[in-house]
Structures are given as C-alpha cells and as structure tokens.
Write a new protein. Structure first.
Length: 243
C-alpha cells in the first residue's frame, strides 16, 4: 500500500494497527475532540430557526425566540416530528423551486398543526406553534425558507454545522483569544470555500457584543490550510485514528 488511508485499509487491517496507535497515543499525548451532527435533529432545528425567527415571523413573540424560552419551545416542536416529517421539512429547505418548496412546506406545517392540537403540550406552547405555522404557511414567500442557490444549500449542510463546532473547539483548546491557531482541513472542493468564509466571518465579528454584554471569543487565526489527503500525511492519519 502506497499510503495510509483508513478507507483502503478497512476495519480488518486497521485492527492490526491498534497496538501501535495506543503506543503513539501515550507517547505523544494525542487527543481528539469529536462532534456529531444528528441529521434528523439538524433538519428540525433548521426548520425551527427559519419558521420561528421573530425577525421574520411576526406571529412569534420576541421572548419566544430571542431568550432561553426558545429551547423548551424547540423541544416541544421537535416532539411533534417523526423521521418522515423531518425528512420532508429538510427536502423543502433544499428545494430551489419556490412552488414545489411551498407545497411541501405547507404539507409539513399542516401536519404539525394537526399533531399540535392532538398533543399533550401545554396551552401556551400549542398557541405559539400554531400561530407561527399558520403565518408561515400563509406567507411562505416572505419566510425565505428554501435555499435558491447551491451556495445557500452548502451553508446549512451538516458538514458546515459540524465545522462551526470544530472552530468552537479550537477556541476552547487555545484558552486565550490572543493565541494563534492553524487549521488544516481535508481538500473537499464542495465545502472548502464555505469553510474559509465561515472562518473569516467569525474572526470579523469577534468584537461584536452579544445581547448579554458578552463578546464573541475568537482566536488570532491563520488562513485555513487545505490539504489533499493524496499528498499529505496529517489528514489520513487523523482519519485512521477516527476510524
């Protein structure tokens, strides 16, 4: 084998490397931070953020979205979804054609309204969810729910949501805003541009105060270094460890 690559080694041959990997881990104190994006949850959260954003949907009270009250509301909404409904909501999110997206979105909303009425949720939660969905269905074109370009779709893909967690993890590892970090990512033509834009966006807003008076913690970062796993060793080594 000309290169070390987890997918080519397979689980059987990877198991032969376990002892060596354990020695290397102890010797070099290798540590990994691992994040997982559950696609079903991501679809529901994406639906919530588009439909219940008080800046877009006037039927949603300010406190229901811009305060911690959003979390019980999100959990209550999520309890109404099953896998099929979450999949349909996500499909509508990615549908560029407005009419098709609207039709599928309204089908999802109508089903959620029906389930809300039949649920054991408290009266206030039922009211919030029903009002928000009714307005969204009647004003779909104002909601901006569906992604009309490939660039918009890439920004909401699970890969990019996970990358936000990676950036947060790097900040946590550094421990101080003035410390520098160099980020190495696998070369993926589909996502590298969006990764770079997101990285630069967080750096640019590092001094913006949040609503609580806190500021966004950010690191003095270098440019993202894209490495193709065919020509570089760090990325395939990490892949072997993750497998």
């Amino acid at each position: 084998m000309q290169r070390l690559h987890a997918a080519e080694l397979g689980l059987h041959r990877l198991s032969d490397l376990v002892d060596t990997l354990l020695v290397l881990q102890k010797k070099h104190r290798i540590r990994f931070d691992i994040w997982q994006v559950v696609k079903r949850d991501h679809a529901i959260i994406s639906f919530f953020d588009q439909v219940f954003d008080q800046g877009m949907n006037p039927a949603v009270p300010w406190s229901a979205y811009w305060t911690p009250l959003r979390y019980p509301l999100l959990l209550n909404l999520a309890s109404l979804f099953d896998d099929e409904l979450a999949s349909n909501a996500w499909t509508a999110r990615l549908e560029a054609h407005d009419e098709r997206a609207s039709e599928l979105f309204c089908t999802v909303s109508d089903e959620l309204i029906s389930r809300t009425a039949a649920s054991a949720l408290d009266h206030r939660s039922k009211q919030l969810i029903t009002d928000a969905l009714n307005w969204a269905s009647a004003n779909f074109e104002q909601l901006g729910y569906n992604c009309k370009t490939n660039k918009e779709r890439l920004r909401i893909m699970p890969n990019m949501i996970g990358f936000q967690s990676v950036l947060h993890g790097i900040c946590s590892r550094l421990g101080a805003p003035e410390r520098k970090a160099s980020i190495i990512v696998d070369q993926q033509s589909q996502f590298n541009t969006t990764q770079r834009e997101l990285n630069e966006f967080y750096y640019q807003i590092r001094e913006i105060a949040l609503g609580t008076g806190a500021r966004i913690t950010c690191y003095e970062h270098e440019k993202i270094c894209r490495l193709n796993h065919l020509y570089s060793s760090p990325v395939p080594r990490v892949q072997v460890w993750s497998w």
